[in-house]
Design a binder for this molecule. Sequence first.
Ligand code: HEC
Length: 160
Amino acid sequence: MRHKLNWGTVTAFAAIALVSGGVGVLAQPDKESIITQRREAMKALGKSLGAIKGYVDGKNDLAQAQEGAGKIAQTAPKIADLFPSGTSMTDFPGKKTGAKPAIWSEHDKFLAAQKQLVSESQKLVEVVKSGDKAQIAEQFANVGKNGCGNCHNTFREKLD
Ligand code: HEC
């Protein structure tokens, strides 16, 4: 007799695995790969922010600035997912990551810092539409200071 796959059962099993497993049980190689992934994501944020600066400085066109702003706004809400527990610089010593343990011990504050980038980057998307360099320069600075810098000050150790 042919076995019929029952999706209801499969889904229920997956849900149980998730509940009993939780985020904390990632295997070591998975943790390493998410560290790599988040560092790449952060570098990409830096590049996107640079695209805005490039427009303000007359080196980029407006479309590049708009693309950069859009990417930051897209990435910002996903940042917390890139920091599962057990991936701090204490868990992975030797300059593999600059993620301070405070990310997990002061998680509410970390999430608040993420939210701040979400709102500042949404404002950036709006302001960039105008093409007005003075306004864009101002919001670019706000994103850097209140979005990126605010989180880095508390939660990131520079690696080089
Ligand atoms: C909510 C916290 C948070 C926000 C917001 C944030 N970062 Fe980060 N960033 C971190 C942490 C933590 C690290 C260290 C990650 C690691 O080493 O695993 C980091 C690392 C970096 C790095 C170094 C990457 C590397 O490994 O070489 C760059 C560049 C960077 N961030 C750019 C940005 C920019 C640009 C923004 C704003 C558009 C931003 N970040 C917003 C927390 C944040």
